[in-house]
Design a protein around this ligand. Structure first.
Ligand code: FCB
Length: 432
Protein backbone atom coordinates (compact mmCIF):
# COMPACT_ATOMS: atom_id res chain seq x y z
CA UNK A 1 0.00 0.00 0.00
CA UNK A 2 2.94 2.34 -0.68
CA UNK A 3 2.72 5.27 -3.06
CA UNK A 4 5.30 6.12 -5.73
CA UNK A 5 8.41 8.03 -4.63
CA UNK A 6 7.86 11.78 -4.75
CA UNK A 7 4.10 11.44 -4.33
CA UNK A 8 2.54 14.83 -3.51
CA UNK A 9 0.53 14.99 -0.25
CA UNK A 10 -1.36 18.20 0.30
CA UNK A 11 -4.40 20.13 1.37
CA UNK A 12 -6.28 22.65 -0.78
CA UNK A 13 -7.96 25.99 -0.18
CA UNK A 14 -9.36 28.82 -2.32
CA UNK A 15 -8.87 32.52 -1.64
CA UNK A 16 -12.50 33.59 -1.34
CA UNK A 17 -13.35 30.71 0.97
CA UNK A 18 -10.81 31.51 3.68
CA UNK A 19 -8.88 34.76 3.22
CA UNK A 20 -11.72 37.02 4.43
CA UNK A 21 -12.90 40.46 3.29
CA UNK A 22 -12.87 39.75 -0.44
CA UNK A 23 -15.29 42.60 -1.01
CA UNK A 24 -14.18 43.52 -4.53
CA UNK A 25 -15.27 40.14 -5.91
CA UNK A 26 -18.52 39.29 -7.68
CA UNK A 27 -19.24 36.60 -5.10
CA UNK A 28 -19.20 39.11 -2.23
CA UNK A 29 -21.72 41.24 -4.13
CA UNK A 30 -23.99 38.19 -4.55
CA UNK A 31 -23.70 37.29 -0.86
CA UNK A 32 -25.05 40.71 0.05
CA UNK A 33 -27.93 40.77 -2.44
CA UNK A 34 -31.34 40.71 -0.75
CA UNK A 35 -32.62 38.06 -1.08
CA UNK A 36 -29.50 36.05 -1.83
CA UNK A 37 -28.66 32.63 -3.22
CA UNK A 38 -26.02 32.47 -0.48
CA UNK A 39 -26.95 31.20 2.98
CA UNK A 40 -24.74 33.83 4.63
CA UNK A 41 -21.91 36.21 3.68
CA UNK A 42 -18.27 35.09 3.64
CA UNK A 43 -17.37 38.06 5.90
CA UNK A 44 -13.98 37.52 7.59
CA UNK A 45 -13.87 33.88 6.49
CA UNK A 46 -10.88 32.26 8.27
CA UNK A 47 -8.82 35.47 8.33
CA UNK A 48 -6.27 33.49 6.36
CA UNK A 49 -5.01 36.61 4.59
CA UNK A 50 -3.41 37.44 7.96
CA UNK A 51 -3.00 33.93 9.39
CA UNK A 52 -1.55 32.11 6.37
CA UNK A 53 1.83 31.68 8.07
CA UNK A 54 0.40 29.79 11.05
CA UNK A 55 -1.92 27.79 8.80
CA UNK A 56 0.94 26.69 6.55
CA UNK A 57 2.98 25.86 9.65
CA UNK A 58 0.19 23.54 10.81
CA UNK A 59 0.01 21.88 7.38
CA UNK A 60 3.77 21.31 7.40
CA UNK A 61 3.84 20.05 11.01
CA UNK A 62 1.17 17.50 10.16
CA UNK A 63 3.52 16.03 7.58
CA UNK A 64 1.96 17.26 4.34
CA UNK A 65 4.31 18.44 1.60
CA UNK A 66 2.07 20.59 -0.62
CA UNK A 67 -0.31 23.50 -0.19
CA UNK A 68 -2.81 24.32 -2.92
CA UNK A 69 -4.16 27.87 -2.67
CA UNK A 70 -5.62 30.36 -5.13
CA UNK A 71 -4.55 33.81 -6.22
CA UNK A 72 -7.45 36.25 -6.01
CA UNK A 73 -7.88 38.18 -9.25
CA UNK A 74 -10.18 40.70 -7.49
CA UNK A 75 -7.26 41.71 -5.27
CA UNK A 76 -4.54 41.57 -7.91
CA UNK A 77 -6.45 43.62 -10.52
CA UNK A 78 -9.08 45.57 -8.60
CA UNK A 79 -9.95 47.72 -11.64
CA UNK A 80 -9.19 47.03 -15.25
CA UNK A 81 -5.47 47.38 -15.92
CA UNK A 82 -4.78 48.60 -12.36
CA UNK A 83 -2.60 45.97 -10.73
CA UNK A 84 -1.91 45.90 -7.00
CA UNK A 85 1.72 45.30 -6.11
CA UNK A 86 0.89 44.74 -2.40
CA UNK A 87 -1.57 42.02 -3.43
CA UNK A 88 1.10 40.33 -5.55
CA UNK A 89 3.61 40.72 -2.71
CA UNK A 90 1.15 39.03 -0.36
CA UNK A 91 1.10 35.92 -2.54
CA UNK A 92 4.91 36.03 -2.75
CA UNK A 93 4.96 35.79 1.03
CA UNK A 94 2.51 32.87 0.92
CA UNK A 95 4.83 31.07 -1.50
CA UNK A 96 7.88 31.87 0.67
CA UNK A 97 6.04 30.57 3.75
CA UNK A 98 5.51 27.29 1.91
CA UNK A 99 9.12 26.83 0.80
CA UNK A 100 10.47 27.83 4.22
CA UNK A 101 8.72 24.71 5.56
CA UNK A 102 9.51 22.42 2.65
CA UNK A 103 5.97 22.65 1.37
CA UNK A 104 5.40 22.82 -2.40
CA UNK A 105 3.17 25.74 -3.38
CA UNK A 106 0.48 24.84 -5.95
CA UNK A 107 -1.37 27.96 -7.09
CA UNK A 108 -4.70 28.24 -8.87
CA UNK A 109 -5.24 31.39 -10.93
CA UNK A 110 -9.04 31.26 -10.98
CA UNK A 111 -11.17 29.64 -8.30
CA UNK A 112 -14.79 30.69 -9.02
CA UNK A 113 -14.49 34.44 -8.29
CA UNK A 114 -13.94 37.42 -10.60
CA UNK A 115 -13.29 41.07 -9.83
CA UNK A 116 -16.59 42.96 -9.89
CA UNK A 117 -15.58 44.94 -12.98
CA UNK A 118 -15.09 41.76 -15.01
CA UNK A 119 -18.52 40.41 -14.07
CA UNK A 120 -20.21 43.79 -14.56
CA UNK A 121 -19.08 43.53 -18.20
CA UNK A 122 -20.62 40.07 -18.57
CA UNK A 123 -17.93 37.93 -16.94
CA UNK A 124 -17.82 34.41 -18.32
CA UNK A 125 -20.38 35.28 -20.95
CA UNK A 126 -18.35 38.17 -22.35
CA UNK A 127 -16.10 37.48 -25.34
CA UNK A 128 -13.43 39.74 -23.83
CA UNK A 129 -13.13 37.37 -20.89
CA UNK A 130 -10.33 35.09 -22.18
CA UNK A 131 -8.02 37.97 -23.06
CA UNK A 132 -8.71 39.77 -19.80
CA UNK A 133 -8.02 36.62 -17.81
CA UNK A 134 -4.83 36.02 -19.80
CA UNK A 135 -3.59 39.54 -19.11
CA UNK A 136 -4.06 39.06 -15.36
CA UNK A 137 -2.33 35.66 -15.56
CA UNK A 138 0.52 37.24 -17.48
CA UNK A 139 1.11 39.83 -14.75
CA UNK A 140 0.56 37.45 -11.84
CA UNK A 141 2.71 34.73 -13.40
CA UNK A 142 5.49 37.23 -14.14
CA UNK A 143 5.68 37.99 -10.42
CA UNK A 144 4.86 34.60 -8.92
CA UNK A 145 5.05 31.61 -11.25
CA UNK A 146 8.82 31.11 -11.13
CA UNK A 147 8.55 30.03 -7.49
CA UNK A 148 5.60 27.66 -7.88
CA UNK A 149 5.76 23.86 -7.80
CA UNK A 150 2.75 23.65 -10.13
CA UNK A 151 0.07 25.96 -11.47
CA UNK A 152 -3.63 25.40 -12.13
CA UNK A 153 -5.30 27.83 -14.54
CA UNK A 154 -9.05 27.46 -13.89
CA UNK A 155 -10.59 25.47 -11.06
CA UNK A 156 -13.26 23.01 -12.17
CA UNK A 157 -13.39 24.48 -15.63
CA UNK A 158 -16.30 22.18 -16.54
CA UNK A 159 -18.44 22.92 -13.47
CA UNK A 160 -20.72 25.43 -15.25
CA UNK A 161 -21.46 22.74 -17.86
CA UNK A 162 -22.31 20.15 -15.24
CA UNK A 163 -24.40 22.58 -13.15
CA UNK A 164 -26.31 23.85 -16.19
CA UNK A 165 -29.66 22.09 -15.73
CA UNK A 166 -29.66 22.38 -11.96
CA UNK A 167 -29.05 26.12 -12.17
CA UNK A 168 -31.91 26.54 -14.65
CA UNK A 169 -34.23 24.99 -12.08
CA UNK A 170 -32.77 27.07 -9.25
CA UNK A 171 -33.26 30.28 -11.24
CA UNK A 172 -36.84 29.36 -12.18
CA UNK A 173 -37.65 28.67 -8.53
CA UNK A 174 -36.22 31.94 -7.20
CA UNK A 175 -36.93 34.83 -9.58
CA UNK A 176 -36.61 37.27 -6.64
CA UNK A 177 -33.05 36.11 -5.94
CA UNK A 178 -32.17 36.35 -9.63
CA UNK A 179 -33.42 39.95 -9.71
CA UNK A 180 -31.47 40.88 -6.57
CA UNK A 181 -28.34 39.14 -7.88
CA UNK A 182 -28.54 41.01 -11.18
CA UNK A 183 -28.93 44.29 -9.40
CA UNK A 184 -25.91 43.51 -7.20
CA UNK A 185 -23.76 42.47 -10.17
CA UNK A 186 -25.03 45.06 -12.62
CA UNK A 187 -25.15 42.18 -15.09
CA UNK A 188 -27.04 38.96 -15.85
CA UNK A 189 -26.57 36.30 -13.18
CA UNK A 190 -24.95 34.08 -15.84
CA UNK A 191 -21.90 36.36 -15.65
CA UNK A 192 -20.98 34.61 -12.39
CA UNK A 193 -19.06 31.35 -12.75
CA UNK A 194 -21.53 29.01 -11.04
CA UNK A 195 -24.37 30.18 -13.32
CA UNK A 196 -22.28 30.50 -16.48
CA UNK A 197 -23.27 27.25 -18.22
CA UNK A 198 -24.37 27.96 -21.79
CA UNK A 199 -23.88 26.72 -25.34
CA UNK A 200 -20.93 29.04 -25.77
CA UNK A 201 -19.28 28.72 -22.35
CA UNK A 202 -16.92 25.89 -23.28
CA UNK A 203 -15.50 27.87 -26.19
CA UNK A 204 -14.61 30.88 -24.01
CA UNK A 205 -13.43 28.78 -21.08
CA UNK A 206 -11.18 26.67 -23.30
CA UNK A 207 -9.63 29.74 -24.83
CA UNK A 208 -9.14 31.27 -21.37
CA UNK A 209 -7.33 28.13 -20.26
CA UNK A 210 -5.04 27.96 -23.28
CA UNK A 211 -4.10 31.65 -23.06
CA UNK A 212 -3.52 31.39 -19.31
CA UNK A 213 -1.38 28.28 -19.71
CA UNK A 214 0.71 30.01 -22.35
CA UNK A 215 1.16 33.08 -20.13
CA UNK A 216 2.29 30.98 -17.17
CA UNK A 217 4.56 28.87 -19.37
CA UNK A 218 6.13 31.99 -20.86
CA UNK A 219 6.95 33.28 -17.37
CA UNK A 220 8.08 29.94 -15.95
CA UNK A 221 8.74 27.27 -18.58
CA UNK A 222 9.78 24.72 -15.94
CA UNK A 223 6.54 24.87 -13.95
CA UNK A 224 3.94 22.18 -14.75
CA UNK A 225 0.61 23.74 -15.75
CA UNK A 226 -2.86 22.22 -15.95
CA UNK A 227 -6.50 22.95 -15.26
CA UNK A 228 -8.72 21.19 -12.77
CA UNK A 229 -11.96 19.40 -13.59
CA UNK A 230 -14.93 18.30 -11.55
CA UNK A 231 -15.10 14.59 -12.40
CA UNK A 232 -17.53 12.32 -10.60
CA UNK A 233 -17.84 8.57 -10.94
CA UNK A 234 -20.59 8.05 -13.52
CA UNK A 235 -22.86 5.03 -13.42
CA UNK A 236 -25.90 4.24 -15.57
CA UNK A 237 -28.66 1.72 -15.13
CA UNK A 238 -28.31 -1.16 -17.60
CA UNK A 239 -30.94 0.16 -20.01
CA UNK A 240 -30.23 1.99 -23.25
CA UNK A 241 -31.89 5.31 -22.31
CA UNK A 242 -29.72 5.54 -19.20
CA UNK A 243 -26.55 4.48 -21.02
CA UNK A 244 -27.21 7.00 -23.80
CA UNK A 245 -27.81 9.77 -21.27
CA UNK A 246 -24.50 9.01 -19.58
CA UNK A 247 -22.63 9.02 -22.90
CA UNK A 248 -24.20 12.35 -23.87
CA UNK A 249 -23.37 13.85 -20.47
CA UNK A 250 -19.73 12.77 -20.60
CA UNK A 251 -19.46 14.01 -24.16
CA UNK A 252 -20.70 17.45 -23.15
CA UNK A 253 -19.23 17.88 -19.66
CA UNK A 254 -15.91 15.99 -19.81
CA UNK A 255 -14.83 15.35 -23.42
CA UNK A 256 -14.05 18.93 -24.56
CA UNK A 257 -11.76 19.48 -21.58
CA UNK A 258 -10.17 16.03 -21.74
CA UNK A 259 -9.22 17.01 -25.29
CA UNK A 260 -7.58 20.21 -24.01
CA UNK A 261 -5.82 18.38 -21.19
CA UNK A 262 -3.90 16.28 -23.69
CA UNK A 263 -1.74 19.36 -24.29
CA UNK A 264 -1.19 20.07 -20.59
CA UNK A 265 1.47 18.88 -18.16
CA UNK A 266 -1.08 17.44 -15.75
CA UNK A 267 -4.82 17.28 -15.12
CA UNK A 268 -6.27 18.18 -11.73
CA UNK A 269 -9.00 15.68 -10.82
CA UNK A 270 -11.65 16.75 -8.27
CA UNK A 271 -14.14 14.17 -7.09
CA UNK A 272 -16.75 14.17 -4.35
CA UNK A 273 -19.33 11.52 -5.17
CA UNK A 274 -21.12 9.59 -7.89
CA UNK A 275 -23.54 10.73 -10.58
CA UNK A 276 -26.24 8.24 -11.51
CA UNK A 277 -28.14 8.02 -14.78
CA UNK A 278 -31.61 6.49 -14.68
CA UNK A 279 -33.99 5.04 -17.22
CA UNK A 280 -35.66 8.47 -17.45
CA UNK A 281 -32.44 9.69 -19.09
CA UNK A 282 -31.60 12.18 -16.33
CA UNK A 283 -28.40 12.68 -14.40
CA UNK A 284 -28.86 12.68 -10.65
CA UNK A 285 -26.71 13.25 -7.60
CA UNK A 286 -29.56 12.01 -5.41
CA UNK A 287 -28.14 9.22 -3.23
CA UNK A 288 -29.67 5.77 -3.75
CA UNK A 289 -32.13 4.87 -0.97
CA UNK A 290 -30.40 3.64 2.15
CA UNK A 291 -27.05 5.20 1.19
CA UNK A 292 -25.06 7.19 3.73
CA UNK A 293 -25.36 10.89 2.95
CA UNK A 294 -22.83 13.63 3.73
CA UNK A 295 -23.56 17.17 4.93
CA UNK A 296 -23.65 18.27 1.27
CA UNK A 297 -26.43 15.80 0.51
CA UNK A 298 -24.01 13.70 -1.53
CA UNK A 299 -23.82 9.92 -1.42
CA UNK A 300 -20.85 8.76 0.73
CA UNK A 301 -18.76 7.29 -2.08
CA UNK A 302 -14.99 7.52 -1.43
CA UNK A 303 -14.09 5.02 -4.15
CA UNK A 304 -15.52 7.46 -6.73
CA UNK A 305 -12.06 9.05 -6.68
CA UNK A 306 -10.28 6.05 -8.16
CA UNK A 307 -13.03 5.68 -10.77
CA UNK A 308 -12.73 9.33 -11.80
CA UNK A 309 -8.95 9.06 -12.11
CA UNK A 310 -9.32 5.96 -14.30
CA UNK A 311 -11.80 7.76 -16.56
CA UNK A 312 -9.56 10.81 -16.92
CA UNK A 313 -6.47 8.70 -17.60
CA UNK A 314 -8.20 6.52 -20.19
CA UNK A 315 -9.36 9.64 -22.05
CA UNK A 316 -6.21 11.77 -21.83
CA UNK A 317 -3.08 9.80 -20.84
CA UNK A 318 -2.11 13.02 -19.08
CA UNK A 319 -0.57 12.63 -15.61
CA UNK A 320 -3.10 13.24 -12.84
CA UNK A 321 -2.86 15.27 -9.68
CA UNK A 322 -5.82 14.80 -7.37
CA UNK A 323 -6.34 18.49 -6.60
CA UNK A 324 -9.49 17.98 -4.49
CA UNK A 325 -11.23 15.10 -2.73
CA UNK A 326 -13.02 15.35 0.58
CA UNK A 327 -16.11 14.95 2.69
CA UNK A 328 -18.31 17.38 4.61
CA UNK A 329 -19.12 15.79 7.95
CA UNK A 330 -19.25 16.57 11.67
CA UNK A 331 -18.06 13.03 12.37
CA UNK A 332 -14.29 12.97 12.00
CA UNK A 333 -14.25 9.16 12.16
CA UNK A 334 -16.22 9.16 8.89
CA UNK A 335 -13.67 11.59 7.43
CA UNK A 336 -10.84 9.23 8.36
CA UNK A 337 -12.67 6.29 6.79
CA UNK A 338 -13.44 8.36 3.68
CA UNK A 339 -9.80 9.39 3.26
CA UNK A 340 -8.51 5.84 3.69
CA UNK A 341 -11.06 4.41 1.24
CA UNK A 342 -10.49 7.15 -1.31
CA UNK A 343 -6.73 6.59 -1.08
CA UNK A 344 -7.25 2.85 -1.42
CA UNK A 345 -9.02 3.46 -4.72
CA UNK A 346 -6.16 5.73 -5.82
CA UNK A 347 -3.56 3.09 -4.91
CA UNK A 348 -5.51 0.45 -6.86
CA UNK A 349 -5.68 2.72 -9.91
CA UNK A 350 -1.92 3.38 -9.69
CA UNK A 351 -1.31 -0.39 -9.50
CA UNK A 352 -3.31 -0.71 -12.72
CA UNK A 353 -1.07 1.79 -14.48
CA UNK A 354 -2.92 5.08 -13.98
CA UNK A 355 -0.32 7.84 -13.60
CA UNK A 356 -1.40 9.68 -10.43
CA UNK A 357 1.23 12.02 -9.01
CA UNK A 358 -0.40 13.20 -5.80
CA UNK A 359 -3.40 13.61 -3.53
CA UNK A 360 -4.56 16.96 -2.22
CA UNK A 361 -7.40 16.85 0.32
CA UNK A 362 -10.21 19.42 0.22
CA UNK A 363 -9.77 21.28 2.52
CA UNK A 364 -7.23 22.45 5.10
CA UNK A 365 -9.66 24.52 7.22
CA UNK A 366 -13.42 24.45 7.72
CA UNK A 367 -14.37 27.37 5.51
CA UNK A 368 -16.96 29.23 3.43
CA UNK A 369 -18.68 26.60 1.32
CA UNK A 370 -20.14 29.01 -1.28
CA UNK A 371 -23.93 29.07 -1.30
CA UNK A 372 -24.09 26.73 1.70
CA UNK A 373 -22.16 29.15 3.90
CA UNK A 374 -20.20 27.87 6.88
CA UNK A 375 -22.35 24.83 7.75
CA UNK A 376 -20.57 22.07 5.76
CA UNK A 377 -17.39 20.99 7.53
CA UNK A 378 -14.83 19.71 5.01
CA UNK A 379 -11.74 20.74 6.98
CA UNK A 380 -8.86 18.78 8.44
CA UNK A 381 -8.64 21.64 10.90
CA UNK A 382 -11.63 23.24 12.61
CA UNK A 383 -12.06 27.00 12.97
CA UNK A 384 -13.87 28.70 15.83
CA UNK A 385 -16.05 31.24 14.00
CA UNK A 386 -15.86 33.74 16.86
CA UNK A 387 -12.22 33.56 17.93
CA UNK A 388 -10.65 32.13 14.73
CA UNK A 389 -8.87 29.54 16.91
CA UNK A 390 -7.79 26.49 14.94
CA UNK A 391 -8.41 22.92 16.19
CA UNK A 392 -6.55 20.10 14.51
CA UNK A 393 -8.85 17.13 13.89
CA UNK A 394 -7.66 13.52 14.21
CA UNK A 395 -8.15 13.04 10.45
CA UNK A 396 -5.46 15.68 9.88
CA UNK A 397 -3.04 13.73 12.05
CA UNK A 398 -3.90 10.50 10.26
CA UNK A 399 -3.40 12.00 6.81
CA UNK A 400 -0.07 13.45 7.96
CA UNK A 401 1.05 10.01 9.14
CA UNK A 402 0.11 8.46 5.81
CA UNK A 403 1.95 11.28 4.01
CA UNK A 404 5.14 10.92 6.05
CA UNK A 405 5.18 7.15 5.53
CA UNK A 406 4.05 7.55 1.88
CA UNK A 407 1.94 4.51 2.64
CA UNK A 408 -1.60 3.63 3.62
CA UNK A 409 -0.20 1.21 6.16
CA UNK A 410 0.50 4.19 8.41
CA UNK A 411 -2.09 5.62 10.78
CA UNK A 412 -4.10 2.46 10.28
CA UNK A 413 -5.23 1.86 13.83
CA UNK A 414 -8.48 3.58 14.74
CA UNK A 415 -7.53 2.99 18.39
CA UNK A 416 -4.93 5.75 17.98
CA UNK A 417 -7.75 8.19 17.45
CA UNK A 418 -10.27 6.81 19.91
CA UNK A 419 -9.59 9.50 22.51
CA UNK A 420 -10.15 12.40 20.19
CA UNK A 421 -13.04 11.54 17.93
CA UNK A 422 -14.85 14.73 18.87
CA UNK A 423 -12.51 16.66 16.62
CA UNK A 424 -10.71 18.32 19.52
CA UNK A 425 -7.13 19.48 19.11
CA UNK A 426 -4.60 16.69 19.49
CA UNK A 427 -1.68 18.88 20.43
CA UNK A 428 0.87 19.15 17.68
CA UNK A 429 2.46 22.05 19.46
CA UNK A 430 1.74 24.47 16.62
CA UNK A 431 -1.90 25.09 17.38
CA UNK A 432 -1.77 28.49 19.08
C1 FCB B 1 -15.47 22.14 -5.20
C2 FCB B 1 -14.80 23.50 -5.15
C3 FCB B 1 -14.26 23.85 -3.80
C4 FCB B 1 -15.13 23.37 -2.67
C5 FCB B 1 -15.53 21.94 -2.87
C6 FCB B 1 -16.37 21.37 -1.76
O1 FCB B 1 -16.39 22.12 -6.25
O2 FCB B 1 -13.76 23.55 -6.07
O3 FCB B 1 -14.05 25.25 -3.78
O4 FCB B 1 -16.21 24.21 -2.51
O5 FCB B 1 -16.19 21.78 -4.08
Amino acid sequence: MSFPAGFVWGAATAAHQLEGGNWNSDCWALEHAKPSFFAEPSADACDHAARYGDDIAVLAALGLNAYRFSIEWARVEPEEGAFSQPALDHYKRVIDACWSRNVQPVATFHHFTNPRWVTRDGGWNDDRFPDRFARYCDVAAGELAGELASACTINEINLPDSLGELMLRVKAKHPDRVAAAEQALGAPVESFFLFAGSETYARRASRAHVLARDAIKAAAPHVPVGMTMSIQECEAEPVETAQAAMRAYKQRVYAPYYELAKQDDFLGVQTYTRTLFGADGRASRRPPSGAEVTQMGYEYRPQALGAACRDAWAATRTPILVTESGIATKDDARRRAFIREALGSVAAAIADGVDIRGYVYWTLLDNFEWMSGYAPLFGLVGVDRRTQARAIKPSAVMLGQIARANSLDAGASEADFALSTSGAAVGLGVNG
